[in-house]
Design a protein around this ligand. Sequence first.
Ligand SMILES: [Fe+2]
Length: 476
Amino acid sequence: MEKHSHSLPKVVGDGEPLYLSGFGNHFSSEAVPGALPPDQNSPLICPYGLYAEQLSGTSFTSPRKLNLRSWLYRIKPSVTHEPFKLRVPSNGKLLSEFSQANSSANPTQLRWKPVDVPESPVDFIDGLYTICGAGSSFLRHGYAVHMYTANKSMDNCAFCNADGDFLIVPQKGRLWITTECGKLNVSPGEIVVLPQGFRFAVDLPDGPSRGYVAEIFGTHFQLPDLGPIGANGLAAPRDFLTPTAWFEDITRPGYTIVQKFGGELFTAVQDFSPFNVVAWHGNYVPYKYNLSKFCPYNTVLIDHGDPSINTVLTAPTDKPGVALLDFVIFPPRWLVAEHTFRPPYYHRNCMSEFMGLIHGSYEAKAADAFLPGGASLHNCMSPHGPDTQSYEATIARGNDAGPTKLAGTMAFMFESSLIPRICQWALESPFMDHDYYQCWIGLRSHFTVKETCPESASNENGHRETGNGSLMLSNE
Ligand SMILES: [Fe+2]
């Protein structure tokens, strides 16, 4: 269903840019009144002599409910630049196509400590490095998980990702992002999605900064269906914020567009700011979301819900219910289940799970082991679950734990049906926690056999059998 938004921009907080509210809306925004052509997309002459330019995020012929495009009305069109050249220096730690030649299959449960932000000057582009991924940006199917550490704003350049959409999860330091649609201020605890092809520049007002990035190839994020939950709950559409038109009309000698294309960086020089869009309309837009707005649902009687209950955004595949990438959070919430092991259960999953921690601690791991800014990867079918300390503490509390609130925490997961290959630099990172497996090694057997049936008797193997011949086994 199409949604149209012509409401006044929403003001959020002091000094924040103005935003438009809603997910998937057809927005309109103009920085100068009258800059949007009122009756058509591409008039012979646009208001104020602007150039009309369409940015397509889906094929022209995609079904209407999936079709994404915006019309940008700008001072000069984005084609006005010198030829693309390979960037020198390159960033050799970015991949957009994963194969035996450039990355490794590894079923080991992996965990990384928080990576230090370097002392030497590095901006968002050079601070970005791939951890793992699957598929290919060229074939428009797959994803990459990146992280970044950076300490300075991008200078006289804009980044453009031709490969896919970025979902950025800042963990340390705010991101002030200028896009062709306007400005977004993003703080840790918020996320931002920068769709394929948008030009943007990242300023770091706090200096040292760190975070996580999921990049998806060939599709876009959607809100998950809510099924029996009903019409409300989880992430509300109105809490997604899109910028309002903002432009600068200035000469910028030597301004560089850095384009990520097939995982390689190219540069194109122009003499003006690319943030020269005076007005725009459409439904292909960057947006941000504050994770504290999330309305979690959970069990109210027994058992631990599957993590899918906390899906914020999902990037679908063509198979119903099978995600290319789900963005799932583990926010503050009450735990109330009766006679239930409340942390996540032990499991093996056909999906692969990359986890990060924005702040606080994660319920299934000791507080000093999985740290904010750190990460873990539990690949397809590799077993995982609470560590020994968490398991023993949970069963020691017993049935009388009562309702408890998990507070002051925000963990998240990128979960994919595609099996990630892992970059060599991630496997060789000095921040790799080589002792991760130790957290489960101490899990001891609690197994006992109880004589629960008086008529039971030992069989010839020494096992005790019940009257109907079945073994009575019990955990203590
Ligand atoms: Fe898991």
